[in-house]
Design a protein around this ligand. Structure first.
Ligand code: IPM
Ligand code: MG
Length: 388
């Protein structure tokens, strides 16, 4: 019974394993993290994306240029605007990332990326892959670092979401074995676990954190989550000064709303899909996904983006200039920290706190009732100037 279907499924599965084993070999061949301090010049690519993307990304670029003006003058930092990561161009070329754009991205050391529209059924665009998922894969950006902080509630979390494996690695390669039976795959590799878990512990060590928590469902998803958890405790032994513990995703989802316990979490490391879900929940405490920035880090490349989408409706209604640039400004702070300017990153983060929480002299509402993104960026720069 079903011999033919099973044979076909086996073939597809075999091909999938071959692709994944190739990826393992590529990971084994990978070198150490790029050393930004050793570069004569750091090239920062700026990709506005589409919808409100160019508007908010442009403001983040202005703020970065303000903070890096001496370095730019000295030729130590260069900004390069990369056009063409728009839904129109992507649709025209039928590619998640147009080849020319990808080639330009690969010439940069860090990328600031605005939101990009992901086509969905019924919107008239071809069914191309999400540009940010494609970029994570193409540039092997395996660590998705998402900080969430709510100072007055004592919340200061940094999530290390694995960004290339789990349910995302073969999300398009599930197998419909028959009319009645479908199978998807979740994928874990020793190399993939190792690099994300070490990145989390290294971050903890370098940033004065005393605890790293792993989040899995290893009691049920035994093989892949089990592998992740084993790797976690093995690597934890290399960091004896940092407490290591683990939680299942269901109870962790609950603990994040537990006011007595949640402030104790510091660094969390987790497989891709759990990280996708938990970081949306976490960002909600800070004011929603619109306020959160995210770093996508690989050994050679690094990309910094907002967590939210491109809000095409705001553009249709002529309100793009009123879009809130805060998520991109937070992404800019993550970028500064990553390329070796932690003090500038702290200055920007403190200014953002003043402008959005403590002082709020200007407020963004998304329409004429509030200030424009440009006015807000000016306000952030004035605030930083006063902090000197
Ligand atoms: C995110 C987003 C993406 C993801 C989407 C847009 C494909 O939700 O960055 O968390 O699922 O990773
Ligand atoms: Mg998400």
């Amino acid at each position: 019974m079903y011999t033919e279907q099973i044979e076909r499924a086996k073939q597809l599965f075999g091909a999938l394993l071959e692709r994944q084993l190739k990826r393992v070999e590529a990971m084994k061949a990978q070198e150490a993290f790029l050393d930004y301090a050793a570069l004569d010049r750091i090239v920062i690519g700026v990709c506005g994306g589409d919808g409100i993307g160019p508007s908010i990304t442009g403001q983040a670029q202005r703020v970065l240029e303000f903070l890096l003006k001496d370095e730019i003058r000295a030729g130590k930092v260069e900004f390069r605007v990369i056009d063409g990561l728009t839904i129109e161009r992507r649709a025209q070329e039928g590619a998640a990332i147009p080849a020319q754009v990808l080639a330009q991205l690969k010439e940069c050391h860090a990328i600031l990326k605005g939101p990009t529209t992901t086509p969905r059924a019924g919107d008239g665009y071809p069914n191309i892959e999400s540009a940010n998922v494609a970029m994570r894969k193409e540039l092997d950006l395996f660590a998705n670092v998402r900080p969430v902080s709510v100072p007055d509630q004592g919340i200061d979390w940094t999530f290390f979401r694995e960004n290339t494996e789990g349910g995302y690695a073969a999300g398009k390669e599930g197998i419909a074995v028959s009319e009645d039976l479908c199978v998807d795959f979740t994928i874990v590799t020793a190399q993939g676990c190792d690099r994300i878990i070490r990145a989390a512990f290294e971050y903890a060590k370098n940033n004065g954190k005393t605890r790293v928590s792993a989040v899995t469902k290893a009691n049920i998803v035994k093989t892949t989550d089990g592998k992740f958890l084993d790797a976690f405790y093995r690597i934890a032994k290399d960091y004896p000064d940092i407490a290591a513990d683990d939680w299942y995703i269901d109870i962790m989802t609950a603990k994040l709303v537990d006011e007595k316990r949640r402030r104790d979490f510091q660094v969390l490391v987790l497989p891709n899909l759990y990280g996708d879900i938990l970081t949306d929940e976490a960002a909600e405490f800070q004011g929603g996904v619109g306020t959160a920035g995210s770093a996508n880090l690989g050994k050679r490349y690094a990309m910094f983006e907002a967590i939210h989408g491109s809000a095409p409706r705001m553009v249709r209604e002529g309100r793009a200039q009123y879009a809130d640039p805060c998520s991109m400004l937070r992404a800019a702070a993550l970028l500064l920290n990553h390329i070796g300017y932690p003090d500038k990153a702290k200055r920007l983060t403190r200014a953002l706190e003043t402008c959005t929480v403590t002082e709020r002299r200007l407020v963004i509402t998304g329409r004429e009732t509030g200030c424009t993104g440009e006015q807000f960026a000016d306000y952030v720069m004035e605030t930083m100037e006063k902090m000197n």
